[in-house]
Design a protein around this ligand. Sequence first.
Ligand SMILES: Nc1nc2c(ncn2[C@@H]2O[C@H](COP(=O)(O)OP(=O)(O)OP(=O)(O)O)[C@@H](O)[C@H]2O)c(=O)[nH]1
Ligand SMILES: [Mg+2]
Length: 356
Amino acid sequence: MTGTDIEGLRRYGWDERWEVAWSNVGSEVGGSGAAAAGLGARETRPGRVVRVERISAQVATGIDVETATWTTPTAHAAGVAEPPAAGDWVGVLDDATPEDPEAIVAVLPRVTSIVRHDPGQSAAQVLAANMEVVFVVHGLDRPLNEARIERMLVIAWDSGAEPTIVLTKADLAGPDDVGRLHAALAEIAPAVRVVVTSGVEDHGLDELGDVLGRRTAVLLGESGSGKSTLVNAMVGAEVQTTGAVRSGDAKGRHTTTARDLVPLVSGGCLIDTPGLRGIGIWHAEAGLDGVFPEIAAAAQDCRFRDCHHSGEPGCAVQAGVEEGRIGVRRFDSWLRLRGEMDAVASRQEQQSRRRR
Ligand SMILES: Nc1nc2c(ncn2[C@@H]2O[C@H](COP(=O)(O)OP(=O)(O)OP(=O)(O)O)[C@@H](O)[C@H]2O)c(=O)[nH]1
Ligand SMILES: [Mg+2]
């Protein structure tokens, strides 16, 4: 069955904003690129990407979920060359069937996106798009890794969406453990809301639902932290496969392998993601300043505007560390993330010099 049901699309987050964005893009789809591709007479309709596969995507149209692709000559002629991401709103041509996937001929401009450094190559990779909330998930069955949380928060902050920290597996932790974690997180992220949940005891799910509302959230976190279990608990059905963690160290087994957008009856949507082994930082200046405000503020008082805080005279950040106003661990974490971003920038500069 093909076609789009706008009312059905509302379950996937379609609203007035997207109607406007669609009407703007719709006219471009019918424009010169489309004419060159011979699209003029064909109907294009909106849908939301719920999963991206190797050469095709699953697109929810409000009626069903269809296979569409950005790899056909038609898609290329319409100017779509990159794979879309889970959460993207796209325009697809009519007449899609699973055997003959239709072309994605437009990707609506993203409002927010989770971008990481693609581990396979020196490029950015969009993990999820158009979410209003990022759930940074940590399992209470494992020790807190502050640097990892900071890294995820930088990416979350930089995405343009609102981060919330979600502690899972509350049933496995005592009140003291939860209290200690709250205190540690208050040091790292005083302004970020923390929700304590248990996917097996239905604890904290209402609160999480209140945070989400009718918005879209992406779940980021280590393998085994309980992301898919949380999605299932929020949906009230086993829509995502979950997998046991290793008994020794609670490490997960990378059960989820794709990014999946799942609609909830409440009107919100969740994007489940595979557990991240490491999540490389791409350009995330705003995120870094947002997660390390004490360092960003001190840097205003450095003698040199381009101070790297690594031994320059008159460095207010190093003075802050020496005087105990900036935590040593926080500064180390900041240095590592800053170093990663600088390495990305210099590699890009080398590449563009080689191209010249
Ligand atoms: N006791 C308890 N176990 C949980 C909870 N949430 C998840 N688990 C268990 O933790 C294990 C991993 O859960 P998943 O939901 O598969 O974790 P994930 O984050 O999706 O992992 P990946 O898909 O590998 O990234 C499973 O055995 C779950 O049953 C919880 O709230 N309480
Ligand atoms: Mg999973």
